[in-house]
Design a protein around this ligand. Sequence first.
Ligand code: GLP
Length: 264
Amino acid sequence: MFTLSKDSPLPLYYQLKSDLERFIESGKWQPGMQVPSERELCGQYHVSRITVRQAITGLVNEGRLMREQGRGTFVAHPRIEQELTALTSFTQDMHQRGKKPGSRVLYSGAQELSAQAAHALGLDSSSQQTGFVLKRLRTANGEPLAVETAHLLWPRCAALVEVDMERNSLYDALRRYCDIVPTNARQQIKAAACADAEARLLEVRRGSPVLHIIRTTFAQNGEAFEYVESVYRGDKYVFYAELNMETTRGGAYLHSRAHSNGAG
Ligand code: GLP
């Protein structure tokens, strides 16, 4: 501990960063804990401030540490790792991680749909369409993670009006009261800067990185029943997918399913 090798081919900042990373991984540095100041680390490792700053900045950029202006640097809470190929509900996701899901209803009721929502739900978007709109702040152990606005088929989902959406899972309620089984979905994820209104709800600074997720979800009979626009905190989530090389008769080739604007 506290010794870096000047003879190593690895740069000093990198060695220091790996050492600090080990403290986080081993649990010696717990989430939320304040880490020693740059000056302290310079003294402990006998390296320059530039080296320490480079190591810390690397860990901040990777989301392992958080800098709080005027307060210092802290160990970040681990992000929620979200599989991209399984269709799950927020409630399920949180239960799987041993967290308590919560919802604050920001709006709930029948509303005119945007052309985009109507189109995604398979409705005639050239005329005015009504949907059931449910806007919720989603929390885990009381911590805000996402703002989700679901647009659902109306009057197909009218039974939801009677359901307390602060206490119930939307997907459970759809199965139970509307005979809708969420079966598959199409999803688009893009990076954005957090707007003012969402920043207040998510308790982050305006302009913080967030993920805009747009999902269209289909029922057991292939019918699109929800079109959801969500804003997820960028510092809380990691999305991952397992990718397999597609093969053809001619051998292996790379096939990209990525579209620049083909969501929904
Ligand atoms: C996820 C999805 C949403 C979906 C929600 C349902 O968060 N991104 O599209 O509406 O789950 O969650 P729940 O059943 O917990 O209300």
